[in-house]
Design a protein around this ligand. Structure first.
Ligand code: ZN
Length: 419
């Protein structure tokens, strides 16, 4: 890191999380416990210092990668940067901070680059990793490499190298702590304790499969015909967010009122994110409980399809996290989670396999070949379910797929009767 400037250059960037990769055995799973902190002034100051230092390490590591590539044409990896960090630790201002926290900043740079190259590879428009401004860096964290006691004892949290404070204990912590993250949000400071816990017992088989067609207006449509609506509290949170954003756009740039309004917008964002996450938990738990196989559309492929609505692209971000959550729960319960090619799912007749153009405005599928009439999303969900079963069958897990196809046909017959 020596020789690199430790100054901020420009803001922004997203943080990727690969915590689930930390579960190192098949019998364990990763659970994150989140607690709001009851901070005092000195703890906040210590956390802010740590955050700022982490941010500087992040930006320095990013700058180092860029200049190394410019000068030598080679790319610098995480291992080399770790070594450079060791060198830099002879400087007292670097040595003053915990190595584990600095290491985490290096890992985040590494993840940002991996994400960038992954997006290049799948043909998405990649954003190059960016320097983080003061208002874009809110989390510092440290991994627990060795087995160490939980950082929370009673209602007291101890952050090694930083300090301690009280927490609002909302639920008991289970398992072995693997990582401690401290994060600043618009409504206060939070600790996230990432633990490795034993996998729960697999759920009993239900003999049911499902295809999930996610929507823009409603939450999702299932292949059994169920429609899942967005909950009212989420709709009202979204409405409020729009209202606050409109107000922000009317405030004069650089004014005090604008600064105040920005906080309101951030609060509205947080509210939406929380409502959404709660609801995602509810729906994903329900799906995993009821179905042995859950099939969704592969959004990575969907992202590559051109001429899509902006609203769709935005909602895909939320869908991505819903799918990741469902996948995690499915794996823990020994269920199967499939992703299938989304191209043509809305065009293929779920009865006879005929394909026809389906402009977005057309909400009812009327098959030009067999005359079958069904809701557009319902038809897609059935096609998705079928494609998922076909993939399982192709992998040679035929016994599962056979039982499923029986059910799918029963579903279809029921639907046919209903329409
Ligand atoms: Zn047909």
């Amino acid at each position: 890191m020596r020789g690199c400037s430790l100054h901020q250059i420009s803001p922004t960037g997203t943080m990727t999380e690969t915590l689930h990769a930390m579960a190192n055995s098949e019998d364990t799973t990763i659970k994150t416990f989140e607690f709001k902190l009851r901070v005092n002034k000195s703890f906040v100051e210590a956390c802010e210092r740590e955050l700022e230092h982490s941010r500087q390490i992040y930006n320095a590591a990013l700058a180092e990668r860029i200049s190394c590539h410019q000068i030598t044409g080679k790319s610098l990896g995480y291992v080399e940067q770790s070594r450079h960090l060791t060198d830099a630790r002879i400087l007292p201002e670097v040595k003053n901070h915990l190595r584990a926290i600095q290491q985490d900043a290096l890992e985040r740079v590494d993840e940002a680059f991996k994400g960038f190259f992954r997006r290049v590879q799948i043909g998405e428009k990649p954003g190059f990793p960016r320097f983080k401004g003061k208002d874009r860096y809110h989390t510092f964290s440290q991994k627990y490499e060795k087995v160490r006691p939980c950082p929370i004892k009673g209602d007291k949290l101890t952050v090694p190298g930083v300090g301690s404070c009280r927490v609002r204990l909302s639920r008991p912590i289970e398992g072995q702590c693997k990582q401690l993250r401290i994060t600043r949000r618009v409504d206060g400071w939070y600790a996230l304790i990432v633990c490795e816990t034993p996998k729960p017992e697999p759920l009993p088989k239900t003999g049911q499969t499902v295809g999930v067609d996610v929507g823009v207006t409603s939450f999702a449509t299932l292949s059994n015909g169920e429609e899942i609506e967005n909950p009212r509290h989420l709709k009202s949170a979204l409405g409020n967010l729009q209202k606050q954003q409109r107000r922000l756009s009317r405030k004069k740039k650089g004014s005090k009122r604008r600064a105040k309004q920005r906080i309101k917008v951030a609060e509205a964002h947080l509210k939406v994110a929380r409502c959404r996450k709660d609801y995602h938990h509810k729906v994903s738990t329900d799906l995993v409980r009821r179905f042995d196989v859950i099939t969704v559309e592969d959004l990575n492929i969907r992202g590559m399809v051109k001429n899509r609505h902006l609203a769709q692209a935005i909602s895909d971000v939320a869908w991505g996290s819903f799918f990741t959550m469902t996948k995690g729960k499915a794996e823990n319960a020994s269920r199967t989670f499939e992703r299938v090619d989304p191209r043509f799912t809305s065009q293929i007749c779920s009865i006879c396999g005929h394909r026809q153009k389906m402009p977005l405005a057309i909400r009812i599928y009327e098959c030009g070949k067999c005359g079958f009439v069904i809701g557009r999303d319902h038809n897609s969900a059935i096609t998705i379910d079928r494609a998922g079963q076909a993939r399982i069958y192709a992998r040679g897990e035929g016994a599962v797929a056979h039982r499923r196809s029986g059910n799918a046909m029963a579903d279809l017959n029921r639907n046919r009767g209903a329409v």
